[in-house]
Ligand binder design. Structure first.
Ligand code: CP
Length: 301
């Protein structure tokens, strides 16, 4: 069987994604009840993070350790990547030494090129285009609290960037209705938006959250937008998720944010600390869902 990559949620079928979430929940039970689950004994992943990370890094490192494997951290400073060794050479060399490569970089085409030249699975740990690993944790978290997300209404309020793109792909794969509210000039990639009938742009944050089962936002200046913070804060101010906005959603709405959050900007303290906010459960599920993902890729390759 040929190797599988996870650069986008569209790399898996809806059935495979459902299986991944079920598996993540099972691995969580094993972990939390102290049962050994060293299903990836002896496996090694190389992790190349060209951007900062807390949740993604810890989830992959701790997760593979719990599964009996090992993560090797590579970065531009201490490897030949920083001295311009071509992606195709690095991909082929690592393919003979490790079992899996995990990459975070702004340039999505770099991850695609790496995957094309590697003979082992490659995981997108976030690019400027997509953040698919985050969506595994988000869907797991929603379903743990509210049951299936299929048929539900989700509001994405804020920047039409990598998290918004991944929510569009998720709406397509899991069959929920996504309403997106972004300021003019910050709307999502039109091709990604047009790829599904399950996502639509609406005019205001109030329209997006109306009857929503889940409200999601992300920082207004993501990695890659350094230096734009001042301008963006002014444009995005009406898009803050606060208690007034959330009041327009369903009474049992959940709030999610991939974190780190800029409190007082895209979301205020009241909402982050509200019982409807599940941001820490969401962060903790990065561990379980990324374990399920590594297991899936390393046992189906
Ligand atoms: N949400 C997320 O990807 O967190 P990190 O940037 O800390 O990995």
């Amino acid at each position: 069987m040929s190797k599988r990559d996870f650069l986008s949620l569209l790399d898996c079928s809806p059935e495979e994604l459902t299986h991944l979430i079920e598996r993540a929940r099972h691995l969580k039970v094993l972990q939390e009840s102290g049962q050994s689950h060293r299903y990836l004994e002896g496996k090694t992943a190389a992790m190349i993070l060209e951007l900062s990370s807390t949740r993604t890094r810890v989830a992959f490192e701790v997760g593979l350790h719990q599964l009996g494997g090992h993560v090797l951290n590579l970065d531009s400073e201490t490897s030949q990547l920083g001295r311009g060794e071509p992606i195709e050479d690095t991909a082929q060399v690592l393919s003979g030494m490790v079992d899996l490569v995990i990459i975070r970089t702004l340039d999505h085409s770099m991850v695609e090129a790496f995957a094309n030249h590697a003979t082992i699975p490659v995981i997108n740990a976030m690019t400027s285009l997509l953040h698919p690993c985050q969506l595994l944790a988000d869907i797991q978290t929603f379903e743990e609290h509210r049951g299936t997300i299929q048929g539900k209404t989700v509001a994405f309020v804020g920047d039409g960037y990598n998290m918004c793109h991944s929510y569009i792909n998720a709406a397509r794969q899991w069959g929920f209705h996504l309403k997106i509210a972004c300021p003019q000039g910050y709307t999502p990639n039109p091709e990604i938006l047009a790829s599904t009938n399950n996502a639509e742009l609406v005019d205001t944050p109030q329209e997006a959250v109306k009857n929503a089962d889940l409200v999601v936002t992300d920082v207004w200046s993501s990695m890659g937008h350094e230096g734009q913070e001042g301008d963006r804060c002014a444009v995005f101010a009406p898009y803050q998720v606060n208690e007034n906005l959330l009041a327009g959603a369903r009474h049992d709405v959940l709030f999610m944010h991939c974190l780190p959050a800029h409190r007082g900007e895209e979301v205020n303290d009241t909402v982050l600390n509200d019982p409807r906010s599940v941001v820490y459960a969401e962060a903790h599920n990065r561990l379980h869902s990324q374990k399920a993902l590594m297991e899936f890729l390393l046992t189906s390759a």
